[in-house]
Design a protein around this ligand. Structure first.
Ligand SMILES: Cc1ncc(COP(=O)(O)O)c(C=O)c1O
Length: 464
């Protein structure tokens, strides 16, 4: 069944017309192909929090237009002749009509983006911002946002940060790039960077592009193995709150050892705090930066909390490095767009950001619990590892009961069932002798659809 990701403004009026417009657009753009099955009116109404009659009215309108077809017993589908793929994709192709939850297991639920709150924040900014504020801003970020972020990081992540230590960036990715460039400049040579193994495969190209030589360092049940860190490393990139992808937390002993190692060797710790807002079993552990502000760069963004497409992130760095990154932005690109920065500052100051996080924490917890339960029921040979947190789950096959389906086969079966999944990336292709891990995203999968998707995945594995 297609997951529609419809955007409906409940206060906008004409709800049936809004739904019809969104579905029509999805068909026109090819997002919904001919033959794709739509959710039952009852299910869609529940997902959207609307009455069923509104959805029935929208479907009827689209059937009348020839966009959808409705047959008793076969549900409602996109009509064979509708949309941009009409000529090339006949109805009933294999895999069609399966739900799609995006291809990035770490993506948040984009359908839950707080549009009304963001709109209110932008409206507030546009109504109150003096004209001069629309000029080139401080390349390190507008002061209002740096102030809000410093307070927020202190309150929520136990960071030790002043507004001057904060640099606003287009995301954590830009933060890591510019920190590594600045470090290479300071040291007068390419940087040696220790990275966790396994790690986030998507980050490797950007790390390499900085000229850094990457050294993989093993991760076990307590996080990165500090004793294995190379003495010549200039920096180490870690995900202490929720290791990506294995989902373990850096243990108290390792946290202390890592800080001691950095103090001893003069290396910098780059703390990727990518999903720390989402810890479900208890409050998240405070960030490392708060323990050693002179040695740690804390990097964060709204990519998990709100949406990656906003491209809004930050670093909190020791003063010399913060200055160097701010200068890099001044010289490279003159800084980030200001309206979005003021809007985020307003959202945080007004409490809207925290409210959204509280709501999403409850929702993601429900979705993760449903996924863990469904995997235990239908794929018991997959052992779930890591803490109850984040937007993805990490699982390994149990070698004792393994039937030979490797992680890539499992990932394929998961994707064919509409789940967002990938094989964990060993840093630099190492990782021999370890069970290959499977990463499954649950953020975009409504809890009531989880069992069906996992059952389809298990069926896919059986018939491979
Ligand atoms: C582990 C991890 N770190 C960092 C990032 C980059 O985030 P940003 O969008 O802030 O650049 C991602 C994005 O998926 C991620 O998964």
């Amino acid at each position: 069944m297609a997951d529609l990701h419809l955007v409906v403004d409940r206060n906008g009026g004409g709800l049936a017309a809004q739904i019809a417009r969104e579905v029509r657009e999805a068909v026109r753009s090819g997002r919904l192909g001919p033959g794709a099955r739509l959710p039952a009116t009852r299910d869609l109404a529940r997902d959207l929090g609307l009455s069923r009659g509104v959805v029935v009215e929208a479907y009827e309108q689209l059937v009348a237009e020839g966009v959808l077809e409705s047959r008793t017993g076969a549900g409602t589908r996109v009509a064979a002749g509708a949309g941009r793929h009409a000529a090339t994709e006949p109805a009933g192709r294999e895999g069609e009509g399966r739900p799609h939850y995006g291809h990035r297991p770490t993506s948040p639920d984009l359908g839950a983006f707080p549009r009304q709150a963001w709109l209110a924040a932008v409206r507030h900014v546009l109504a109150t911002l003096p004209n001069d504020a629309l000029d080139y801003g401080d390349p390190g970020g507008v002061p209002a946002l740096r102030r809000e972020l410093a307070a927020y990081l202190g309150r929520v992540r136990a960071a030790d940060v002043t507004p001057d230590d904060v640099v606003v960036l287009t995301g954590m990715a830009q933060g890591l790039s510019l920190v590594l460039h600045a470090l290479a400049r300071e040291r007068g040579r390419d940087v040696v960077l220790a990275v966790e193994d396994p790690t986030s495969g998507r980050q490797l190209p950007l790390l390499r592009r900085t000229g850094a030589r990457l050294v993989p360092v093993r991760v076990d049940g307590e996080g990165i193995v500090v004793d294995d860190l190379p003495a010549e490393a200039d920096a180490v990139l870690v995900t202490p709150a929720h290791q990506y992808p294995t989902g373990v937390v850096l243990s108290p002993g390792r946290r202390a050892a890592l800080i001691a190692w950095a103090a001893r060797t003069g290396a910098l710790v780059l703390e990727d705090d990518y999903d720390a807002e989402f810890r479900f079993d208890r409050d998240p552990v405070g960030c490392l930066q708060g323990l050693a502000p002179g040695r740690v760069v804390l990097a964060g963004s709204v990519s998990k909390a709100l949406a990656p497409g906003l491209r809004l992130g930050w670093i909190a760095a020791p003063p010399g490095l913060a200055r160097a990154v701010r200068l890099a932005r001044e010289e490279f690109d003159l800084g980030s767009p200001v309206i979005e920065q003021y809007a985020l500052a307003h959202l945080i100051a007004s409490g809207g950001y925290d409210r959204h996080l509280r709501r999403m924490r409850r929702e993601y917890r429900r979705r993760r619990d449903a996924l863990v339960g469904a995997l235990a029921e239908h794929l018991p040979r997959l052992a779930v590892r890591g803490i109850s947190a984040g937007l993805h789950l990490y699982a390994v096959t149990d070698p004792k009961t393994d039937d030979g389906t490797d992680a890539s086969g499992l990932a394929e079966a998961a994707r064919a069932a509409g789940l967002s999944a990938e094989v964990a990336t060993p840093a630099l292709g190492t990782g021999e002798g370890r069970p290959a891990g499977l990463v499954i995203g649950f953020a975009r999968l409504p809890a009531h659809r989880v069992r069906e998707a996992v059952r389809a995945m298990a069926e896919g594995v059986r018939t491979r």
